[in-house]
Design a protein around this ligand. Structure first.
Ligand code: SF4
Ligand code: SF4
Length: 160
């Protein structure tokens, strides 16, 4: 029996790139605009593009509730851990270990946040004020170091 193929896709156990931890939004391509609108995504216009904000409203826990119909930008996204797993450079237990570390690090940051503040907004706030919230800054830094090591997107600025 192939145990790996019996496991859910890695992203269905993670979902961190759909939260407010990395990205402020995802883009909707013009080709997919009608389909994404019909799925009820809260699409907005920004700088001439269509986007939907993060945390994505289609995320429930760690899972995408429209996984089979998810937008192309989501389907095409690969963090370095997902790429490494697909390329056979790491096995599933190692990928699961990394996801577990990342989710714990995100949770550590979230516990220190005002309820309404997004992590991407916190990052901007703390960069703008180096003296603010040292404990929160440490938790965020730990999360960002982990993300940079295991979850960044090659050749692209990860946080937006
Ligand atoms: S951070 Fe990586 S493993 Fe997690 S949901 Fe995004 S692409 Fe998948
Ligand atoms: S549609 Fe699904 S995969 Fe895309 S950001 Fe939302 S929860 Fe994540």
């Amino acid at each position: 029996m192939d145990l790996q193929s019996d496991l859910p896709p890695l992203c269905v156990t993670c979902g961190v790139c759909c939260t407010d931890a990395f990205f402020r939004y995802s883009c909707v391509t013009p080709e997919e605009s009608a389909r994404i609108h019909s799925l009820g995504f809260p699409v907005e216009r920004e700088d001439g593009r269509e986007i939907f904000s993060h945390p994505c409203t289609r995320l429930c826990g760690a899972s995408c509730t429209v996984y089979e119909q998810r937008p192309a930008t989501c389907r095409e996204f690969r963090c370095t851990t997902l790429s490494a797993l697909e390329e056979g450079a790491i096995d599933r237990p190692e990928a699961d270990r990394r996801v577990s570390l990342l989710r714990a690090a995100v949770q550590a940051v979230r516990q220190l946040l005002p309820k309404e503040e997004k992590i991407w907004a916190l990052r901007a706030r703390l960069y703008a004020d180096p003296a603010a919230a040292p404990q929160t800054r440490l938790a965020l830094l730990s999360m960002d170091i982990l993300a940079d090591r295991y979850f960044k997107l090659k050749g692209r600025r990860f946080f937006s």
